[in-house]
Design a protein around this ligand. Structure first.
Ligand code: ADP
Length: 273
């Protein structure tokens, strides 16, 4: 209370605290902080893992003398592991640039066919190494969008690599390009391990990989899909993820506006469909 010159309470000053809101906020902060701690632990692990094989291979090289097979084998190990670490660090740098708003797109009219071809070329080694069957279904040939070619290839190859990674050997992967209203939808479908319904809404979140993938057998930091989402949004597009559940495959899609005004007949057909 505040008193006047007669000692009477003239007004009151009070503070209202919404305990519920405050509690929810603290919980959220705690969860975010825990996710970051887990992420750091995973990061340390992922960066540490390749060092032992690199070090062993380097030691073998010093002892290899003129044994050509051993030199080749050790060099292969080093090259593969360094490539893996480079990709990891590149993803980290990319995520940090995107979240700080430092990524700018080099936009130009881009032919979706060439983007798809580029992504397939990048993902082919993993798809083949895992013995998957791959099908391309092109229902909208020749469409163009305004975008950054390199980033678009990165987006699609990320989805294709994930499909290859999270599908047991000898599975099926399909990439589908189709008109969707006034836009184009590019979808990567697999018959792999699938995604639990509870995890689906968080699959594009940064730092929640540990919660999404409890077994961690595939390694990875959970940066790829967060990057995909940011890059697609920078293009004014949107991302989608579907899965009927664990063990029932997944499908990841990206949708962009088309650069060229659709021809009336085709647009009418797409709208109807
Ligand atoms: P990473 O593959 O490095 O973990 P991503 O961000 O690319 O990171 O993927 C995040 C998580 O989403 C994966 O750990 C996995 O649990 C899940 N995921 C992504 N793609 C697929 C897929 N095609 N099938 C099943 N799960 C997937």
């Amino acid at each position: 209370p505040s008193f006047d010159e007669h000692g009477r309470a003239s007004h009151w000053i009070g503070t209202l605290t919404d305990i519920h809101e405050q509690k929810a906020g603290t919980e959220e902060l705690r969860a975010a902080s825990r996710r970051k701690d887990e992420f750091l632990a995973m990061l340390a692990h992922e960066l540490r893992n390749p060092l032992a094989p690199i070090s062993n291979a380097a030691q073998l090289l010093t002892m290899a003398g003129s044994n050509e097979a051993r030199v080749r084998q050790s060099s292969d190990v080093i090259i593969r592991q360094v490539r893996h670490m480079t990709a990891l660090v590149d993803d980290l740098l990319d995520v940090s640039r995107v979240t700080r708003g430092l990524v700018t797109l080099e936009r130009e009219p881009v032919d979706i066919d060439t983007v798809v071809a580029g992504a397939i070329e990048q993902a082919r080694p993993l798809i083949e190494a895992r013995g998957h069957r791959f099908v391309l279904k092109q229902e909208a040939p020749g469409v163009r969008i305004l975008g950054d070619r390199t980033r678009l290839v990165q987006v699609l190859s990320n989805l294709l690599n994930n499909a290859a990674k999270y599908t047991p050997q000898g599975g099926s992967i399909a990439l589908n390009v189709a008109r969707r209203g006034a836009g184009v939808a590019i979808t990567v479908r697999d018959d792999g391990i699938g995604i639990a319904p509870g995890m689906l809404p968080h699959v594009f979140d940064l730092f929640s990989q540990a919660e999404r993938t409890p077994d961690r057998s595939q390694g990875g930091l959970g940066l790829g899909l967060a990057l995909v989402k940011s890059l697609v949004q920078l293009h004014g597009g949107r991302v989608e993820a579907h899965s009927a559940g664990l063990g029932r495959g997944s499908s990841f899609g990206v949708v962009f506006d088309l650069l060229d005004t659709p021809a009336p007949a085709r647009a009418a057909h797409s709208d109807a469909g």
